[in-house]
Every structure is written in structure tokens, then in C-alpha cells.
Design a protein around this ligand. Structure first.
Ligand code: NI
Length: 229
């Protein structure tokens, strides 16, 4: 499932982040990929150990916690601390698939591995600030081109082949991260999402209470069957 989640960050949050990112020390994005990715990746990133990355990443995680649509779609169990990248001057990232298991530090400092089920990109620039930079996601239904407003997020299965088109004018700033979902299978996760959002609509439009209670039970019983925690 490919889903656009609008306005994850408010305009004031975005401008504060961009001010900080403008003064940050960026490094070559190839430092965080394997051999295959390094051949097609031309961008800059904030170093993983950067205190600014940590601080801005926390702000994004806090914003995600306030977002019910994100929760319904991702059903997050663990999240890789958000990273930040910048593409400019022809920078691009050719077709690749993200690593399947990421090693990170848990809050207690111990090493933790996170399986990437869901990939997320949070756009930090408006589309008219740069040319190119579309995120192209390729799945069984063809290629999807994504270039969203600042503060909006796209979520898609980490198993998808994807690329970022060359940025030929201006700069494209974004945050990106991966989620290990409670529900590993994308098709199951999608069914739960459809059911959850339909239940919301039924509740809001005054559907029969007893039927709603039973359907809500079905949602939770499916989640109970499929969730790994
Ligand atoms: Ni990627």
C-alpha cells in the first residue's frame, strides 16, 4: 500500500527544522549504504551520530505519535530513528531496494535490529522550490511518482524498488525512516487499514451501534491473529 499522509508537520515546525538543517554539517550519503546502493546514490545526509539528527528525529517521532492515520496505516512496532537527506546540483538515487534489517541503538544503548516493513519519506520543501526530485516507487501496478507538499509524508512497502530523480534546480530536503510493523505482511496490513478507516466513517455517520461493536471486534481479532509484538 502506498499512502499519502498530509500535514504530519505544521508550517512552524518545518521552518524551524529547515533553519537548523541549513546550518548543519552534511556528509556524503554513501556512508550509510551497502555496495549496491553506493553505486547509484548521490546525495548528502546528516551523520547518524549528529545531535541535530537525533533532536529533529525525536520531533518527527512525536508528530507521528499524534497522527492516527499514520498509526492505522503503519501499525508501528519499532522505528529506525529518522534520518535527513538533501539532493541538489543533479543529486539523485537510482533504483534500489532498502536494506531488510537495520541495526540501531535502543534507548538503553543496546544494539537492536529492526526489520524494515514500511518505508517513509517526509518532505520538508515545497514542490516548487526545486525541479526533479520525484520519488518513483515501482510495484506490480507500475511506477508511481511522488512529490509532496512540505510536511506531508508518503508511506510504502519497503519491499518496493524505488528511486529519487535528479534534482536539477534548488534543493530537496527530506526525512526518511523505516518501520517494523506489528503486521509484517503488506496485504494483511492493508486490509486492517481499510477496515479501521471504514469503521471510523461508520462511527462518524451514526451507524448501528451493535454492528459497530461486532465489526470493531473483528478488527481487533484479526490484529490479534496477525500482530507480532
Ligand atoms: Ni531507499
Amino acid at each position: 500500500m502506498l499512502l499519502h499522509i498530509p500535514q504530519v508537520l505544521a508550517p512552524q515546525e518545518i521552518s524551524a527544522m529547515r533553519q537548523a538543517l541549513d546550518q548543519a554539517d552534511w556528509t556524503d550519503g554513501r556512508e550509510t549504504v551497502g555496495v549496491q546502493g553506493a553505486q547509484v546514490k548521490r546525495n548528502e545526509q546528516l551523520p547518524d551520530a549528529s545531535p541535530l539528527r537525533e533532536q529533529l528525529g525525536q520531533r518527527i517521532l512525536a508528530a507521528l505519535e499524534r497522527n492516527p492515520l499514520y498509526f492505522a496505516a503503519a501499525l508501528p512496532l519499532r522505528t529506525v530513528p529518522p534520518r535527513f537527506n538533501r539532493y541538489q546540483g543533479g543529486g539523485e538515487y537510482g533504483f534500489h531496494i532498502d536494506g531488510s534489517v537495520m541495526l540501531t541503538r535502543a534507548p538503553d544503548g543496546r544494539g537492536q535490529s529492526i526489520r524494515s516493513d514500511v518505508s517513509c519519506t517526509l518532505f520538508l520543501c515545497e514542490p516548487d522550490e526545486y525541479d526533479g526530485g520525484e520519488l518513483i516507487i515501482s510495484d506490480t501496478y507500475g511506477e508511481h511518482e511522488v512529490k509532496l507538499a512540505a510536511g506531508d509524508l508518503v508511506l510504502y512497502p519497503s519491499s518496493s524498488l524505488h528511486k529519487v530523480q535528479p534534482v536539477t534546480r534548488g534543493a530537496r530536503l527530506a526525512s526518511f525512516f523505516w518501520v517494523q510493523s506489528m503486521v509484517r505482511d503488506d496485504a494483511c496490513r492493508r486490509l486492517l487499514f481499510e477496515m479501521d478507516t471504514s469503521l471510523e466513517t461508520l462511527r462518524a455517520t451514526g451507524a448501528d451501534d451493535a454492528a459497530l461493536v461486532r465489526l470493531t471486534g473483528v478488527y481487533h481479532n484479526l490484529l490479534r491473529r496477525w500482530a507480532e509484538t
